[in-house]
Design a protein around this ligand. Structure first.
Ligand SMILES: *[C@@H]1O[C@H](CO)[C@@H](O)[C@H](O)[C@H]1NC(C)=O
Ligand SMILES: *[C@@H]1O[C@H](CO)[C@@H](O)[C@H](O)[C@H]1NC(C)=O
Ligand SMILES: *[C@@H]1O[C@H](CO)[C@@H](O)[C@H](O)[C@H]1NC(C)=O
Ligand SMILES: *[C@@H]1O[C@H](CO)[C@@H](O)[C@H](O)[C@H]1NC(C)=O
Length: 788
């Protein structure tokens, strides 16, 4: 390659190339673009040879395993604009030629071990838009010069060894959207000049030694959505002005020295509030319960007193609550948020009482009652809880599994529970007869735990029989048994139009199987796999299928107590009925999120559909299903597994793809109203596959959005890019933009400045994990589009 003397651009990124970068590439002196990112290159950069580029503009070796020094002369040609080396193991100083490299617009150095004085290593770059040097070993104080990069949109210097205070000049960066200087050793105050950062979208100064917030109008940061000042030494009152930040959805002020009471005036769009580990006193303001979108509330480790407001207790979308280590008193109020919370959420308080969550019973029941009384209470409570589950999960059906029969056959092992008008052992024999003892010609599918057979009974009834593999013994057998029991438990509690109905089950020495209603058209995966199916499943049907899945999941997450997480949503487990309605099936791995059990588990689910956090934390929450939902929704829209698409969203090329080009090409492009629904579905599908679970919307929200706003958009789907969809999502669809997605879309199309971090063409912090280490999350928010 070194002989291709006239080559001006060489891009080999996103491949599986290994080994070192050959030094002969240094002979390509005409190169303007050298792009070797996201491969598996190792070794050190041939620094000597790389000094001869005279017109290099773009240099990208990110996401490899490169080590050693960076080439000092890289900007000798004085035309370098883009310098991207993040996520490698580079050591040593920042290249000296970079200091005078005034052409620089974009520098990404994060995730290396670079050393040097933060202010001496960098010069002044009039054109710089984006710089991230987080996760390195840079030291020294920030110079006032950082205030001179007037075009800067992103400044990331987190996790270094920066000392001194924040220069007030930073306030001059009026285009700045993201400011992250967390995990350093900054001291002093947060200067009041920061209030000038009117474009700021995300501010993270956590993990420093900052001691106070200058009295200011923080409230002027009207675009702020994420504010993390946690783990500092901030004292005084929680600034009242935060309450007026109407776009703020993420607020973390934990692990500091704040005192006084919790301001009752909180940002109206707050989704996440963490004030834990402070010295807050007074009562919990009931107004917290009226924050419409609050999903997570952590005010543990304070000195709060009084009782728990019922407005908080009954907050439907509050999925995470922690009130531990306070001085709260009184009976635990009833409410879905309380029931969902774990017992740890209430421990170490002065006088909380109640009949659950491991608390002492309240006065009327307490002192002096013997064990018999306790048992009676427990039974009453259990009956109540069981009744509640029944009421909440079976709202429209009073019928129960009443016709329970235990039948003995010659083997003495058959137990069939039936809700059909069948006698248990008759049904058993009928199924054996109808499938010719599970003959292969009746097999219609196969999954991890067994095969599925179609059984047409003599009565005309058609059933799907899921027969579990009979493992000999050991773990596999135990897992299969466990899955079997889970499935029964789940399905007997669930009745929903979009969830496959269980008619009965059978335990037999020879066979263990589940009896389902037969869903005519088979799995969603089957439709998408073959071309005829794909054409039959037109855009209207596809949107309907996705809504059906959203209905099913929303029901399981929000209407069942405790919430039920499916854990294995994939196109194989979604069946299509005669009316092209989605029916979610296969609850083999689902499990009830019991409040008193930890939700840690072994990895279940279908590869490629599981949420990234499951791969390392194994913590099961509803957010995992939401990720899988996003994957399924994307798959339905693009007609193939979206893994590649999700990964490509982190590259600018991927983001610049047109929506019309990623949609399933086997169908003609959607038009008119359907196009609107497709756009809306894509926006939310992409929101659901974010790496950071806390930024995924709840199923309830997804459902509401998908089934509300039906204004016709006046934009053409043909010119919409994925990055515009992502901006739209992160902007939220809120009142600031007229509350209408179409208005927002129009603005985007007219190319006005409505993107989440400033410049439309500016690639955003990486969205998707895929193979990237230490990636940044893009903060997004979900504002309601109140079209109803
Ligand atoms: C780079 O330039 C130096 C001096 O200008 C020269 O000695 C060296 O051979 C060149 N390297 C390559 C790989 O062309
Ligand atoms: C940068 O420019 C200044 C003056 O413009 C010069 O004194 C200095 O030597 C240059 N530094 C580098 C590393 O080229
Ligand atoms: C702020 O930075 C810290 C450490 O660098 C990180 O752990 C935290 O997640 C960041 N906060 C937000 C909201 O991104
Ligand atoms: C609440 O915050 C504390 C400490 O800040 C943390 O230990 C705890 O895990 C958090 N609770 C939840 C439910 O996240």
């Amino acid at each position: 390659m070194g002989n291709l003397k006239d080559l001006t651009a060489l891009s080999l990124s996103d491949n599986l190339l290994t080994g070192p970068i050959p030094s002969s590439l240094g002979k390509l002196t005409m190169l303007k673009r050298l792009i070797l990112g996201r491969c598996q290159l190792s070794g050190s950069i041939p620094t000597k040879e790389m000094g001869n580029f005279t017109s290099l503009q773009e240099f990208d070796v990110s996401d490899n395993n490169l080590y050693g020094n960076l080439p000092n002369e890289i900007c000798n040609g004085r035309s370098l604009e883009t310098f991207i080396v993040f996520n490698n193991h580079f050591q040593g100083p920042i290249p000296t030629s970079l200091r005078n490299c005034t052409s620089l617009t974009r520098a990404r150095l994060e995730g290396n071990q670079l050393t040097g004085h933060i202010s001496q290593a960098f010069g002044v770059y009039p054109n710089l838009i984006y710089i991230d040097a987080s996760n390195n070993n840079l030291y020294g104080e920030l110079s006032p010069n950082w205030g001179k990069f007037t075009d800067l949109i992103m400044l990331g210097l987190s996790s270094n060894k920066i000392t001194g205070s924040i220069p007030p000049e930073i306030g001059q960066l009026t285009r700045l959207s993201v400011l992250e200087i967390s995990s350093n050793s900054l001291v002093g105050e947060i200067p009041k000049e920061l209030e000038m950062l009117s474009s700021l979208f995300s501010l993270n100064l956590s993990g420093n030694h900052l001691s106070h917030i200058a009295p200011s109008q923080l409230g002027r940061l009207s675009n702020l959505e994420t504010l993390d000042l946690s783990s500092n030494r901030l004292s005084g009152l929680v600034p009242q002005q935060i309450g007026s930040l109407s776009r703020l959805s993420f607020l973390k002020l934990s692990h500091s020295n704040f005192g006084g009471s919790i301001p009752s005036n909180q940002p109206s769009n707050l989704q996440f509030l963490d004030l834990s580990h402070n010295f807050l006193t007074g009562e919990i303001p009931p107004q917290l319960g009226s924050l419409q979108w609050l999903e997570e509330l952590n005010i543990s480790h304070n000195k709060l007193c009084g009782s728990i407001p019922s407005s908080v207790a009954s907050k439907e979308i509050l999925v995470s609550l922690d009130l531990s280590y306070n001085q709260l008193e009184g009976p635990l109020p009833n409410g879905i948020a309380i029931e969902r919370a774990s017992p740890e959420a209430f421990q170490n308080n002065r006088g909380l009482c109640g009949d659950s969550k491991g608390l002492h019973p309240c006065d009327s029941f307490s002192a002096g009652h013997g064990p018999t009384r306790k048992i009676v209470i427990m039974v009453v409570v259990m009956v109540f809880v069981i009744g509640l589950v029944g009421i909440l999960c079976l709202p429209r059906h009073t019928e129960k599994f009443t016709k329970r029969e235990a039948d003995e056959t010659s083997s003495g092992e058959v137990v069939v529970i039936s809700v059909l008008n069948h006698n248990g052992s008759d049904l058993y024999s009928a199924i054996i007869r109808a499938t010719e003892d599970f003959g292969s010609k009746y097999c219609i599918g196969e999954g991890g735990y067994g095969k599925v057979y179609k059984a047409e009974l003599l009565t005309g009834q058609v059933l799907a029989i899921k027969k579990l593999y009979s493992f000999e013994e050991g773990d596999a057998a135990a897992a299969a048994q466990e899955a079997f029991r889970n499935e029964i438990q789940m399905l007997t509690e669930i009745r929903h139009r979009n969830i496959v109905r269980l008619h009965g089950f059978c335990f037999h020495m020879l066979h263990k199987f589940l009896i389902y209603e037969f869903i005519e058209r088979g799995s969603l995966a089957r439709f998408l796999r073959n071309n005829e199916g794909a054409v039959e499943l037109d855009w209207v049907k596809r949107v309907k299928v996705i809504k059906g899945v959203a209905h099913a999941l929303s029901y399981m997450h929000h209407d069942c107590i405790p919430p039920i997480v499916h854990r294995d949503i994939s196109t194989n487990n979604i069946l299509i009925n005669w009316n092209f309605e989605a029916c979610v099936s296969d609850f083999g791995t689902a499990r009830v999120l019991k409040p008193d059990s930890s939700n840690w588990t072994t990895l279940a689910g279908t590869y490629g559909c599981i949420a990234p956090e499951l791969a390392y934390t194994r913590r099961v929450t509803e957010k995992c299903d939401i990720f899988s939902f996003g994957v399924v929704a994307l798959e339905v829209m693009i007609g193939r597994h979206p893994n590649k698409l999700i990964c490509s969203l982190s590259t600018s090329r991927g983001r610049n793809m047109l929506l019309k080009d990623v949609l399933d090409q086997r169908l003609p492009p959607p038009e008119d109203d359907v196009a609107n629904e497709v756009i809306l579905t894509m926006i939310f599908a992409m929101a659901c596959v974010q790496d950071q679970p806390q930024f995924r919307p709840t199923m309830w929200r997804v459902l509401e959005e998908l089934s509300s706003c039906m204004h016709p958009f006046s934009v053409s789907l043909n010119t919409l890019t994925l990055s515009q969809l992502m901006s739209l999502r992160s902007l939220g669809l809120d009142s600031a933009h007229g509350g209408k997605i179409n208005g927002l879309l129009e603005e985007l199309m007219n190319n006005t400045d409505v993107t989440c971090i400033g410049d439309q063409n500016e690639p955003k912090p990486e969205l998707s994990g895929c193979q990237h280490k230490g990636n940044k999350q893009l903060k997004t928010r979900y504002c309601p589009s109140r079209c109803k």
